[in-house]
Design a protein around this ligand. Structure first.
Ligand code: NAD
Length: 469
């Protein structure tokens, strides 16, 4: 019998009346049973967070810093079983840039965020009086997370929220809820009851959380389509919002780049987590002079990458996480092929159980093909040949999204000049998608608004209060 996981409300494990199975994408086996929260249980979670808020808000700031470090401590103590559970439900390998890497990221962000502070600022102090700027917490923060990096993104939401003095109700993706439940259980072993609560269920629970009158702010990471629904649901109560949404990141390789030297960075920029990463490289533009050499170098690199069951220590990529995503990747690649796209490697599902799709590189495609125009969010990269710099800038910016972008060149000044012309929240030179806990990260256009990470990210969980004394 598969394990029934509980909701965590007010510091207590709450057993739901109904459950749904969570499947292992490598095998289809049941990993565990997700509790299906009722609307009443969602209300209970928001009420528990609201009840815990005043005492948590009034805690000494240094206490909250220590509490966040205590979270890092308890998560570190349980990192290996948590990584294993993550692999079972998400599919990503334990090894490589998989579950252990994700736990390492969650810990790095937790520790860095713990040590951030937002001290009071004196704006004026003189004959005309004193003016102080304080940052106050908002109240109950609602968090909704996706299935691609569930544990790390949960920490990106929870830790700055509680560090700034808020309390939290988190709702993970129904595809990967178990590792978040376990994370919240661990957090509750070191925080007062009610400060962090978890409710799970299908998408309707997210919709109800976004509309809940007891929630002061929503922090949402997921698709642009769902982000719009969260924004609409937040209107009635004017909730504060941070929306980290989809991307269709362009990478531009200038003619002076060394194809062999950049192949590894390009590959992992695109295929980290099987391409199921918001700021993965999703469209690669290569100058005609070195187009074929870059394609050859990428194909050679892909040959050495082992795809398999995440529990196998030899695997560095696992399956696609779910059937819907698997079907989307297959449809986009088949469509690109039908429109004249040249499959350099991969191109058809692997002949084995589970949602396994190989690393796929497709050349001779351009705008007007869905693999280029849409966010594929999977292991298939379109490679687009270009000749003119203005043409490639226009194409890179020809997207409703604007999350990340990259420029690949030996000439740092030329790369920086090109970066300034890209419409996106982050630009990397000679790498792609490398995020850090001290560098703000967020999107422009329909990739969302608000930023996460660093002091700028922490500020998003506060309101300014100006005190005229
Ligand atoms: P999704 O939008 O389908 O689901 C995200 C979350 O929203 C899930 O928890 C889901 O249950 C919930 N949800 C669904 N309908 C809802 C509704 N009506 N109201 C409130 N919540 C609802 O996204 P996904 O498939 O889980 O994740 C993939 C997407 O997330 C990709 O587009 C990717 O680019 C994006 N993403 C963005 C970032 C970033 O930082 N910008 C990071 C990771 C993923």
């Amino acid at each position: 019998m598969a394990q029934r996981y509980p909701l965590v409300i007010g510091g207590k494990a709450v057993i739901a009346g109904n459950h749904a199975e969570v499947a292992n994408p490598s095998t289809g086996d049941v990993v565990g049973l997700m509790p299906l929260a009722t609307p009443g249980q969602l209300d209970d979670a928001v009420a528990a967070a609201a009840a815990a808020f005043p005492a948590w808000r009034d805690r000494d700031d240094d206490d909250r810093r220590r509490a966040c470090h205590a979270i890092a401590g308890v998560v570190a103590d349980h990192a290996e079983p948590l990584a294993r559970l993550l692999t079972l439900e998400q599919g990503k390998p334990l090894n490589g840039m998989g579950s252990r890497f994700e736990l390492g990221g969650a810990l790095a962000w937790t520790r860095h965020t713990a040590d951030l502070a937002l001290p009071m600022e004196v704006l004026q102090d003189g004959d005309q009086g004193r003016i102080e700027l304080h940052r106050r917490p908002l109240g109950v923060v609602g968090s909704i997370t996706p299935w691609n990096w569930p544990v790390m993104i949960a920490c990106w939401h929870i830790i700055p929220a509680v560090r700034a003095g808020n309390t939290v109700v988190i709702k993970p993706s129904p595809l990967t809820p178990l590792s978040t439940i376990r994370l919240v259980e661990l957090i509750n072993s070191v925080l007062p009851p009610g400060v962090v609560n978890v409710v799970t269920g299908e998408n309707a629970v997210g919709a109800a959380l976004s509309a809940h009158p007891g929630v002061a702010k929503m922090t949402f990471t997921g698709s642009t389509a769902t982000g719009k629904k969260v924004m609409a649901a937040a209107v009635d109560t004017l909730k504060r919002l941070t929306l980290e949404l989809g991307g269709n990141d362009a990478g531009i390789v200038l003619p002076d780049a060394d194809p062999r030297a950049i192949a590894e960075g390009l590959f992992w920029g695109a295929f980290i987590n099987n391409g199921q990463t918001c700021a993965a490289l999703k469209r690669l533009y290569v100058h005609d002079d070195i187009h074929d050499a870059v394609c050859d170098a990428l194909v050679d690199y892909a040959r050495g990458v082992t795809v398999g069951d995440g529990l196998d220590e030899a695997s560095v990529l696992g399956p696609v996480q779910n059937a819907m995503q698997f079907d989307k990747v297959r449809r986009l690649v088949d469509d690109a092929r039908a429109r004249g796209g040249r499959i350099l490697t991969g191109g058809a599902p692997l002949d084995r159980p589970g949602h396994f799709y190989p690393v796929t590189l497709v050349a001779d495609v351009d705008h007007g093909t869905a693999l280029v125009d849409e966010e594929q969010f999977g292991p298939a990269l379109p490679i687009i040949r270009y000749r003119d710099i203005d043409e490639v800038v226009a194409k890179a910016n020809d997207s409703p999204c604007g999350l990340g972008g990259s420029v690949w060149s030996r000439d740092a000044a030329a790369a920086r000049a090109l970066a300034a012309r890209l419409e996106c929240g982050s630009v990397w030179v000679n790498r792609h998608g490398a995020i850090q806990p001290n560098a703000p990260f967020g999107g422009v256009k329909q990739s969302g608004f608000g930023v996460e990470f660093g002091v700028e990210g922490l500020k998003e969980f506060t309101a300014v209060q100006t005190v005229f004394c």
